[in-house]
Design a protein around this ligand. Structure first.
Ligand code: ADP
Ligand code: MG
Length: 255
């Protein structure tokens, strides 16, 4: 599968960011970020802890406001959008949180029903059930439907978290460290799921990770965040072929 190769056939961008800046008090986190995520593309964002990766995807999904710059998502300007338009846009953006963020007091079934009951009130009970069964099948966890989150493994929780975003059929997926804290075999399963989501749901995705194996397995291109900017963007081999010392040190640190 040619998932790590650049593909020039993608059309208008799903996400287009220009000159994005974001500080918290004196702390400059993003200092002129430019990024284009093409339709149908998976892009991995790499960077050390605290480099602003989570802040970046929170801005993309409208959870945080940028200080300046242009942030366009599915043709809409999220840096200048009404609350109603943002709410509508956010239904098209699936956010897979690092913690999975499942509701511990709800069963898997109830966790998956929640976004539908809340956002798609027109759906019948039968349609909700069908959607739950379908999405559980997609993530390979049909048998867990009546279980509580506390009864699931870390990898299963991650997959249910992803299923909960997929149930709204998002056009964009934002994965915040999808493989962190998982063993290598479970990481491999999550990587496969990310690729399956790209292919079956035709999503455009940002995968935040410092797991180079995950980046290589899932992303068409990678982008490396350093000192508030993207230092290098390209396919995996091109970026890591560079003689740039910061890129090399990241690579050496990981392997
Ligand atoms: P990471 O690359 O590890 O995901 P983050 O994007 O979470 O890093 O955070 C980047 C920096 O911004 C960190 O120093 C963090 O403490 C700071 N930060 C993130 N969110 C906030 C916030 N809401 N208020 C103040 N500081 C924040
Ligand atoms: Mg983070």
């Amino acid at each position: 599968m040619e998932t790590t190769k650049e593909n020039t056939a993608f059309e208008e961008p799903a996400i287009l960011i220009k000159g994005l800046k974001k500080s918290f008090g004196n702390l400059v986190v993003l200092n002129g970020v430019d990024l284009e995520v093409r339709k149908g593309e998976n892009i991995a964002v790499l960077g050390r802890s605290g480099s602003g990766k989570s802040v970046l995807i929170k801005i993309i999904s409208g959870l945080l406001q940028p200080d300046s710059g242009s942030v366009q998502v599915l043709g809409e300007q999220v840096d200048n959008i009404s609350a109603a338009d943002l709410q509508r846009l956010r239904l098209k953006i699936g956010f897979s949180f690092q913690s999975s963020a499942l509701y511990d007091s709800m069963s898997v079934r109830e966790n998956l029903a929640f976004p539908l009951v809340r956002n798609k009130r027109e759906l019948s009970a039968a349609a909700v059930n069908t959607a739950i069964e379908e999405v559980l099948h997609e993530v390979g966890l049909s048998q867990t439907i009546m279980q509580m989150p506390s009864e699931l493994s870390g990898g299963q929780r991650k997959r249910i978290g992803i299923a909960r975003t997929l149930i709204l059929k998002p056009e964009i997926m934002l994965y915040d460290e999808p493989t962190s804290g998982l063993d290598p075999i479970t990481c491999g399963e999550i990587n496969k799921l990310i690729i399956k989501v790209q292919q079956q749901y035709k999503t455009s995705s940002i995968i935040i990770t410092h797991d180079l194996t995950c980046a290589k397995a899932t992303a068409n291109r990678i982008a490396m965040l350093l000192d508030g900017k993207f230092l290098a963007t390209g396919n995996f081999d091109t970026v890591f072929d560079t003689q740039n010392e910061s890129v090399r040190s990241f690579y050496d640190y990981n392997f």
